[in-house]
Design a protein around this ligand. Sequence first.
Ligand code: SAH
Length: 340
Amino acid sequence: MDIASMTPDEIADIIGDKPYRGKQIFRWIHSRLAGSFDEMTDLPKPVREKLKMSHTIGSRIKKLRSVQSADQTTKYLFQLENNTIIESVYMSYRFGGSVCASTQAGCRMGCVFCASGKTGLERNLAPSEICGQVYAIQREKPRAGHVVLMGCGEPLDNYDGTVRFIKLVSDENGQRLSRRSITVSTCGLTPRIVNLADEMMPVTLAVSLHAPDDAVREFLMPVVRAFPMNGLLRACAYYSDKTGRQVTYEYTMIKGVNDSLSQARDLAALLRGTLSHVNLIRLNETDDLDLKTSSDETIRRFADTLNERGVKTTVRRVLGSGISAACGQLRNHHNKFNSG
Ligand code: SAH
């Protein structure tokens, strides 16, 4: 069993020794980043031996490659057990470091512009494997105070893994990350947003909207056919009510598809008066994609139209250009050249 995916209370339960052992072992794994039970020198030897027989400390995470761009963004390619390949990114902002982590190897959502879904879903990542990305990066970078679940995968499609990751990484015996500094980005799995609201963990919810109406949205993100806009926005309002947090709407700007001023006005009408913030993203173009990004001028006018109508809108800074920073690009490239 993987002890690195367990909370202090769960560890205490399985040890059945002194109650404080749960916290002690959790601290070794999530604060001191121990990779083996032998490092846990303040544990009695018999306890260590018992643990060695029955438990592992997460899956071994091995760095295969890292690529750094001129703006200090570093992209990592990691290998997990059974040759599963994932990627993560470290970004440096004025407010400190941020890790963009993957929650799944691959993705089954199939958004037309996204490289992560091109080869489907391989598997969900264990909570310890999501933590492992943050910790592996922490070994060589300044501490990241923020984690965004915007790497490969759909966090709410790996709901249990994601919720458990949030508990582990924010635990007071581990990294003590503020839950407000954790962003869960979803393509909009409505029932799961309601579940997340009920967990009462005030993480930042980012919803990939990408269009002001169901028709364009379904073209870009086929899976959301099951979750129309009305219900999605109601779930987001519920999230705000429950947690007091504003919802971020991500909107990737695609030339001639979702970037007209009438679409900006429709979006403003949809979001006006809600506790929200729109983040416009330039489309990261890939070779096998017919879609093109909107121009800077179009993006600026789109943002102005929303801001003039009282919907707070920012344009995401482009980081990591030149290092295959779009989710899944590096992983796809690796798998293509290393299979068979
Ligand atoms: N599954 C989650 C996380 C995906 S990555 C989600 O759908 O939100 C985070 C954001 O990047 C999402 O808004 C996603 O739609 C967007 N994205 C994916 N590929 C992109 C690309 N090639 N260019 C710009 N944005 C992209």
